[in-house]
Design a protein around this ligand. Structure first.
Ligand SMILES: Nc1nc2c(ncn2[C@@H]2O[C@H](COP(=O)(O)OP(=O)(O)OP(=O)(O)O)[C@@H](O)[C@H]2O)c(=O)[nH]1
Length: 243
């Protein structure tokens, strides 16, 4: 659970980035860091099942000082660490926030499938990333990330002609599944599309700082566990009857 003694506007915005394996989550994080590091103080927490590979890749890119990139090794299903028992991630985020005066902490989930989303106890807002290489029908398959993330990114649009996907159709399917929540077609090779992503991130940071951020409804989620406060329902109410 985010520290209830601190008003939302006095700590960093915690932005979760999740989505299936290989859709471009780490690349998206590196793009945000490389582009916004001059205007925002940024930290990163990565999740991998057995390694710290994503953190090492981000550090190697030189987009942030190495100490601002922290790896959580989940050792089990990545869902658990970002949605059910978020303790390790929350400690990593809070350690980063204590060590540096941050505006933004990016939390990358371990690559998994269409059902993984972050607990609202861990992040304030979240991006779900799918890509055209996964097939044009992915957007129609739905699931909590596609339907309810604060922003859905349809990534690697530069590959669309090579994999026979109509980006406009894929985005229209996604928009229909999301009841109007935002969808962004993105390629890291297209500066205009990257600029739209950066504007969205800036807007979230500004809304958070102003205390006006209204995250999307994450929908029904499993209870999550915090070491100090026990089990909570998805809307952060302690569940005293669960063990
Ligand atoms: N063509 C193209 N390739 C991209 C783009 N973004 C990322 N990639 C490539 O997609 C591959 C996977 O990118 P990552 O950023 O490692 O993906 P990820 O989602 O973090 O992967 P996992 O952590 O393993 O789940 C890499 O080869 C990237 O270079 C893009 O916009 N266009």
């Amino acid at each position: 659970m985010p520290d209830p003694t601190r008003a939302p506007s006095t700590r960093a915005l915690r932005l979760g980035i999740c989505g299936p394996v290989g859709t471009g989550k780490s690349s998206l994080i590196m793009t945000i860091c490389a582009s916004l590091a001059a205007e925002l103080e940024i930290g990163v927490v990565t999740n991998d099942i057995y390694t710290d590979e994503d953190a090492r890749m981000i550090r190697a890119a030189g987009v942030l000082p190495s100490a601002r990139v922290v790896a959580v090794e989940t050792g089990a299903c990545p869902h658990t660490a970002i949605r059910d028992d978020v303790t390790a991630n929350l400690m990593a985020v809070e350690d980063l926030e204590a060590a540096f005066a941050l505006d933004l902490v990016l939390v990358e989930s371990g690559g998994d499938n269409l059902t993984a989303t972050f607990s609202p106890a861990l992040v304030d807002t979240q991006i779900f990333v799918i890509d055209v290489a996964g097939g044009g029908d992915v957007a129609r398959k739905g699931g909590p990330g596609i339907e309810r993330a604060d922003l859905l990114v349809v990534n690697k649009t530069d590959l669309a002609p090579h994999v026979g996907v109509a980006v406009e159709e894929m985005c229209a399917d996604a928009t229909a599944a999301r009841e109007g929540r935002p969808v962004l077609a993105l390629s890291r090779h297209d500066p205009d599309l990257v600029a739209l992503l950066l504007d969205w991130v800036r807007g979230q940071v500004a809304s958070h700082a102003a205390g006006t951020l209204v995250p999307a409804d994450p929908g029904p989620m499993a209870p999550h566990f915090h070491a100090e406060t026990g089990w909570h329902s998805h809307d952060d109410h302690p569940l005293t009857h669960q063990h």
